[in-house]
Design a protein around this ligand. Structure first.
Ligand code: UDP
Length: 334
């Protein structure tokens, strides 16, 4: 029996495929390569290029393969873009998940691990964020992820499809052995932007706001190493395999670092200057986001082990130095 990884050519999905194969699982990958990279798919995984909104394609894959469980990463995930083109997000994210659940139901598949986000919470009154806090998203992106969670809840009641939804905080880093890493186009995330600046691919990094109500005035986030994050998915699969009930878990490191602290750490790790400019606040950025991951610790027995930001940045830097142009090593300016 195989695990189907939808979106297995993307940053997070590709790391999941590698860890699943490390633990000897058979893996089937579906990805439409809209934002993913064929080169990021583990050579031992069975790869299908196609779109999860295409029900005939999905039915074909489920017919050909013996799929036992699904990990669903396939989604658009840029908060800013989602405010400009919300229907793109509802179509790809929500409708894509609807088709997936339809085909799972037709094939009597009963287990799904879902890639969700802290963006489901919106503005929060207190830190750290726990799963019982109200989810009132402030972006279409967060709204689509919340809608996908709700769709799964109703599908469980009707069809018995159990789910674990994992709400990620700020994911960064790369596989420790260096084969795969983070390569988005365009890149919007802090850690890769800092490292592209260290590599000289950008003249400077702009800090989005230094007048927040935090000790150094810049936003504080909870950074989690990609390998720790993925480990939680494998534990969640075991949990469902052992009869665990559907649930939602935060995944973070329970600690916060400011934008300035991240840049300073990257200077130490890389030995590069990393020029900085001050910019305006970015719309929709809350000042502090820190997870409580107590629930994942208690129920899934998940404990992140790579919690130092030095380690996260070191592993990301290792990928960037060895892949200065991402997966397309022959293209100079992506
Ligand atoms: N950030 C920044 N400059 C950049 C990119 C990000 O100052 O070029 C800040 C951003 O405002 C936020 C933090 O870095 O406070 C993390 O942003 P990212 O986009 O990586 O993740 P998010 O918290 O939005 O999920």
């Amino acid at each position: 029996m195989s695990v189907l990884v939808l979106g297995g050519a993307g940053y997070i999905g590709s790391h999941a495929v590698y860890q699943l194969i490390d633990q000897m699982s058979d893996v089937v990958v579906i990805d439409n390569l809209q934002t993913g990279h064929r080169e990021a798919v583990h050579p031992s995984a069975k790869f299908y290029e196609g779109d999860c909104r295409d029900i005939n394609f999905m039915r074909m894959v489920f017919k050909v393969e013996s799929i036992d469980s699904v990990i669903h990463f396939a989604a658009n995930s840029l908060v800013g873009e989602s405010t400009e083109v919300p229907l793109k997000y509802f179509d790809n994210n929500v409708y894509g998940t609807q088709v997936l659940l339809q085909v799972m139901q037709e094939n009597e598949l009963k287990k799904i691990i879902f890639s969700s986000t802290a963006a489901t919470y919106g503005e929060v009154d207190s830190i750290p964020i726990t799963e019982d806090m109200p989810a009132i998203p402030t972006s279409p992106y967060g709204e689509t992820k919340l809608a996908m969670e709700k769709m799964m809840k109703w599908c469980e009641q009707a069809y018995g499809i159990r789910y674990v939804s994992l709400r990620y905080f700020n994911v960064a880093g790369a596989r420790e052995s260096g084969e795969i890493g983070e390569d988005h186009c365009p890149e919007t995330h802090l850690v890769p932007i800092i490292l592209e600046t260290a590599l000289g691919k950008r003249p400077h990094i702009t800090i989005f706001g230094n007048d927040y109500d935090t000790p150094d005035g810049t936003c504080i986030r909870d950074y989690i190493h990609i390998e720790d994050l993925i480990h939680a998915h494998l534990l969640a699969l075991d949990y469902l395999d052992n009869g665990g009930k559907s649930d939602i878990f935060n995944l973070g490191s329970n600690q916060g670092f400011s934008v300035k602290e991240m840049i300073e750490t990257a200077r130490n790790v890389t030995g590069k200057e990393i020029p900085v400019k001050s910019g305006k606040r970015r719309a929709g950025d809350p000042s502090i986001l820190i997870a409580s991951s107590e629930k994942a610790a208690t129920i899934l027995n998940w404990r992140p082990t790579r919690t130092s930001i030095e380690k996260i940045i070191e592993d990301a830097w290792n990928w960037h130095v060895n892949h200065p142009n991402g997966y397309n090593s022959d293209v100079t300016n992506k």
